[in-house]
Design a protein. Structure first.
Length: 111
């Protein structure tokens, strides 16, 4: 079967997203189609995918995004990205305070 035939038979969107995420190579750049604050949307790499999350990295920044928040994964012809991840979440950079280090926060977007 071709990849498109496999995708057409899949009943679970998380499984479909995981299948596509696993096609992304280590050096492929990813653009986030999601609201962000304090971080760039472009220049990310996928560092891992498991049953629950996709791990993303850019320089020293690291974030785990639940697969349930991944709406779509698709190839792009943008000059600085090979893939786009559309998320139903926002990602914000939170400054360190009260002894806590700076980190990224992922929150589901509710309508």
């Amino acid at each position: 079967m071709t990849l498109m035939e496999i995708e057409a038979r899949m009943q679970n969107s998380e499984r479909l997203s995981r299948l596509r995420l696993e096609q992304i190579r280590d050096l492929d750049r990813v653009t986030l189609d999601a609201p962000t604050r304090g971080i760039p949307e472009r220049g990310w790499t996928v560092t891992g995918v498991n049953d629950d999350v996709v791990s993303l990295a850019m320089a020293a920044l690291r974030v785990d995004v639940p697969l349930a928040y991944v709406q779509a994964v698709y190839r792009t012809r943008e000059p600085d990205a090979a893939w786009v991840l559309a998320l139903s979440a926002r990602i914000e950079r939170i400054g360190g305070s009260g002894g806590n280090p700076e980190h990224l926060l992922v929150r589901k977007i509710t309508t």
